[in-house]
Design a protein around this ligand. Structure first.
Ligand code: 2M8
Length: 463
């Protein structure tokens, strides 16, 4: 199904009987996590504004409160750097002290870089660019809701188009000096799948230098430390942060000497899908023809880059370790990147669906629900309770569900939607779930889990 048809089903959004209770509960989670103009990713584990969480939150809010959805995005964009980078965290100066580490002081980005925004404290990294997809959803949900609301949405699009364009241009240039179509990340935090075994080999190669002492606060907010990354992973995360600070967050400097440079296929595929959304937004705001030509070229280049990383043996797309000059052969949900990037021929689509349905992922017979674990249970680095090493993440299900819809795979998409909503009905809006038992793990009341449920419910389907 193409995005326009998907949009058609949005307007008749028939809330399904079976999941009647989910909508008010999800709305309640977003209301409780909401601050004045933006929403915390979780009640206490994440007390600041996170980039891709905010985009998913806006996508969900678009169905229940358009004004809050636009505020969410505008508030995040106030943290944008002059290079176009949208930082992965915008810090809340009013967050309780000692509630999250690394904090604004540790990043120290406004003192170290002239590119950092004025009046806002942010991290120095970025995260996958879901934002244009959310902005398009805000536009779509305003349609048919009266002239005033459409006019307000159009003004919002006009006010934010340049920000989105410069964000995507930053990714296509500073993060892809090779012109490969693939985005280079500098840190596992940029991928959003922080402790995934995708990064193990690269991290292993890095010798950790002296890291100023630190205290982790994240472990206070989960029932068991095994849900979160280990201390040794944190030492590596913090060491990479020290190196980025030494480079004063300067892109050229980082590219020259940083030990973690990886072409992230999931990030890159999200950029392709976001560029499709940006192309539609550019038409609404009547952007210059040269912008549109560039966006179209980024889409073609991005899809080409993903195809280059296809691994026929694993039936997945693989990240590329830039410094080692080789692909990272680990089976994780990131391998479905070409499905998210879209525009596939039948042959490649069938390859991916075969892998999705296999014992490696959603076809694994021991699963509580037929939903893909973040890392394949067949991988040596798999861990069913540890964060991005195996648990099922509803937000990842959303990405695959939405991509299946766009690919015209409606039966599979329906199943992904139904099973995700079943899992949430049973386990609540947890951050992630144990794949074999369905036990909720990580934070409770995770905002993006609630947000994707709202989007799935609004787009509807036969349950
Ligand atoms: C997780 O990442 C943060 C660091 O950015 C953390 O663990 O402290 C990831 O799941 C990331 O994808 C997400 O954006 C963030 C907030 O939900 O939490």
């Amino acid at each position: 199904m193409r995005e326009e048809e998907l949009e058609g089903s949005l307007s008749d959004a028939v809330g399904s009987r079976r999941f009647d209770g989910v909508n008010p509960q999800a709305t309640g989670v977003l209301r409780r996590n909401g601050l004045k103009a933006w929403t915390k990713p979780a009640p206490s584990l994440y007390p600041h504004q996170w980039s891709w969480d905010s985009a998913f939150i806006a996508l969900g809010l678009a169905h229940v409160d358009n004004r809050r959805a636009t505020d969410e995005m505008e508030s995040l964009f106030r943290g944008q750097w002059s290079t176009g980078k949208v930082p992965h965290i915008v810090f809340d100066p009013e967050a309780p002290p000692k509630s999250y580490f690394p904090d604004a002081e540790r990043w120290n980005s406004s003192a170290l870089s002239d590119d950092a925004p004025e009046g806002r404290r942010t991290s120095g990294l970025c995260q996958p660019p879901v934002h244009a997809i959310a902005v398009r959803r805000i536009w779509q949900t305003s349609r048919g809701k009266g002239e005033e609301r459409v006019a307000r949405a159009r003004t919002f699009l006009e006010g934010n188009y340049r920000r989105l364009f410069s964000w995507h241009r930053y990714l296509a240039t500073a993060r892809d000096p090779e012109g490969s179509g693939l985005v280079t990340i500098y840190h596992p935090w940029e991928s959003g799948t922080d402790n995934s075994p995708r990064w193990d080999a690269v991290l292993e190669r890095i010798s950790v230098g002296e890291v100023p002492s630190y205290t982790r606060y994240d472990l206070q907010h989960v029932s068991d430390p095994s849900h979160r990354p280990t201390d040794s992973e944190y030492d590596r995360f913090l060491w990479l942060l020290e190196l980025l600070k030494r480079a004063r967050y300067d892109e050229a400097d980082i590219y020259e000497r940083h030990p973690f440079l990886v072409k992230d296929v999931l990030f890159s595929a999200i950029l392709v899908a976001a560029n499709e959304a940006l192309l539609e937004i550019s038409e609404v705001v009547d952007a210059p023809e040269e912008d549109r030509a560039l966006i179209e070229a980024w889409i073609v280049r991005g899809r080409g880059g993903l195809e280059e990383q296809w691994d026929p043996n694993l039936g997945l797309c693989l990240d590329r370790d830039v410094l080692a000059g080789e692909s990272v052969a680990v089976r994780t949900i990131a391998g479905f990147a070409p499905l998210i990037g879209g525009g596939l021929d039948r042959h490649r689509l069938d390859d991916l669906l075969g892998t999705l349905d296999s014992q490696d992922f959603a076809g694994n017979t021991d699963l509580r629900y037929p939903l893909p674990p973040s890392t394949s249970p067949e991988e040596p680095g798999f861990h069913p309770r540890s964060y991005w090493r195996g648990p099922v993440w509803p937000v990842a299900n959303w990405l695959l569900w939405w991509s299946l819809l766009r690919a015209g795979e409606s039966a599979r998409a329906q199943s992904m939607r139904r099973e995700t909503l079943e899992e949430l009905s049973e386990g609540g809006f947890a951050e992630y779930f144990e794949p074999f038992t369905g036990e909720p793990l990580g934070s409770v009341e995770q905002s993006w889990t609630a947000a994707i449920a709202l989007d799935m419910l609004a787009i509807g389907g036969a349950d």
